[in-house]
Design a protein around this ligand. Structure first.
Ligand SMILES: Cc1cc2nc3c(=O)[nH]c(=O)nc-3n(C[C@H](O)[C@H](O)[C@H](O)COP(=O)(O)OP(=O)(O)OC[C@H]3O[C@@H](n4cnc5c(N)ncnc54)[C@H](O)[C@@H]3O)c2cc1C
Length: 418
């Protein structure tokens, strides 16, 4: 006879773990199945920018407190290569301590995993799910564990596997941007405490996210160029980066340090030879860590639910990292699904009505997140002659429209459901 449970979560990435945590302590039989063999952390080198709203959710899940070395973002400067237009979003204008935070994926994952181990949720590691069948009035999962095949019946299966299990049966809609994201930790001579940079170039957007003594770099480029850049020596890469980003010049004196919340580190004094800290730019790029590359695509599952089945996180939508929205959106998927499950527990978990309630609750935020991210990539990743000055003017205009700026910043921090 098959084992059974109320909710089976496929995938113990950050989104699956967050859902499991949000369901703990509610007398539900929840099982999380993770393909990785050990309970050890992943080695994924990416850093994540978390919105302020995500911090509030992670605090409620009891995971935030256990994340070491989080760097706060108190300002985000948005610019376009070769044009003067600029918008700056500031935490102080929004009356929040920070706009967001930067932290390693591995630290987030470890904190969520640690919190889950203190809970009543059952986690099976080395449990790779190979099939999901919903023909018999429940979701039946087939998985391999310790060399044996097992089956688990669940009122509801939540697919949080990053998007592989259902891909063949329900192909996602894919928009290939033809770009890869190259990531690395980078140091510079004039780091700006708590200041993040989003710089749009015809080759694709790049971001500098403040982290500890430097920045986490996310640089997008055509697949071939990104692969080539992986093989450049550090000096060649730093010279390229200087030109790509640093050409914005150091034109305005920095009268005061950025208006930071408590978590920002103080900016070190400018080194000799670079006596004047500058409002634009971060000085000279001095060192680069190990570089890694990810192909970037928009993948969107055509349906968020199937009978007794819900998709969340990257399994539901995989976004370009341009605006740092992917995990933030996935975390809100997990949180809202938990509320819908609890509203329908114990008897109506996995019913068509429950699945519809979940779809309805996520429609606005999901569509807005996808449109916002996709729109930014499309609008800024080209060098059409007329568009450059228009975009530059739009950035400057936005900087002078406090209500519009507030709208954009709030969307980034809390999503469309507010
Ligand atoms: C370069 C880059 C930068 C990014 N920056 C940001 C950012 O700044 N901010 C942000 O919010 N987002 C960012 N993202 C997106 C973010 O990383 C993802 O949205 C997030 O990791 C998705 O989490 P997830 O749990 O849905 O999926 P995943 O992290 O992919 O986890 C899926 C889990 O499922 C497990 N699994 C897979 N198949 C099975 C199976 N058959 N059975 C059991 N388990 C299985 C896997 O082992 C894994 O543990 C970035 C992405 C990239 C590529």
């Amino acid at each position: 006879m098959n084992e059974n449970c109320d909710v089976a979560i496929v995938g113990g990435g950050p989104v699956g773990l967050a859902l499991a945590l949000a369901l703990r302590g509610n007398d539900l039989n929840v099982v999380l199945l993770e393909a990785r063999e050990a309970e050890i952390n992943t080695t994924d080198p990416r850093a994540l920018a978390l919105a302020y709203g995500s911090r509030l959710l992670l605090q409620r899940l009891g995971a935030w407190q256990a994340i070491p070395n989080v760097s706060g973002i108190c300002e985000i400067e948005i610019t376009q290569k070769g044009t003067p237009g600029k918008t700056t979003l500031k935490a102080s204008e929004l009356k929040v301590p920070d706009m967001g935070y930067v932290l390693p994926y591995t630290a987030l994952h470890a904190a969520l995993q640690h919190a889950l181990h203190q809970s009543d949720i059952r986690c099976l590691y080395g449990a790779a799910v190979s099939d999901l069948n919903t023909a018999h009035g429940c979701a039946t999962l087939t998985y391999q564990h310790q060399g044996k095949q097992h089956q688990l019946d669940a009122h509801l299966a939540v697919v949080a596997d990053g998007g592989k299990l259902l891909e063949a049966a329900h192909p996602p809609q894919i928009t290939d941007y033809g770009q890869s994201g190259l990531i690395a930790h980078v140091n510079c001579s004039q780091p700006r405490a708590g200041m993040a940079f989003e710089h749009f170039t015809p080759q694709g957007p790049m971001a500098l996210l403040p982290y500890l003594d430097g920045y986490e770099l996310v640089l997008t480029a055509a697949h071939n160029s990104a692969q080539e850049m992986l093989n450049w020596d550090d000096a060649a890469f730093l010279a390229f980066l200087q030109k790509h980003f640093g050409d914005r010049g150091c034109d305005t004196l920095l009268a005061q340090p950025a208006d930071c919340g408590s978590s920002c580190l103080a900016a070190p004094p400018a080194p000799e030879g670079y006596a004047t800290p500058c409002r634009s730019g971060v000085g000279i790029f001095t060192a680069i860590g190990k570089r890694s590359c990810y192909p970037l695509r928009l993948k969107r599952a055509p349906d968020l639910t199937f009978p007794h089945t819900v998709l969340i996180g990257n399994a539901a939508q995989t976004l370009h990292p341009v605006a740092g929205q992917g995990f933030n959106l996935g975390l809100r998927d997990a949180w809202e699904l938990a509320q819908v499950i609890l509203d329908h527990a114990p008897d109506n978990i996995g019913t068509a009505a429950m699945c519809k309630a979940y779809r309805d609750s996520r429609r606005l935020d999901r569509n807005a997140g996808i449109r916002f991210t996709n729109g930014l990539v499309r609008l800024f990743s080209n060098d059409l002659p007329l568009l450059g000055p228009l975009r530059s003017a739009a950035l400057s205009l936005l900087d002078h429209l406090p209500l519009a700026k507030k709208f954009v910043a709030k969307r980034m921090m809390f999503g469309a459901n507010g």
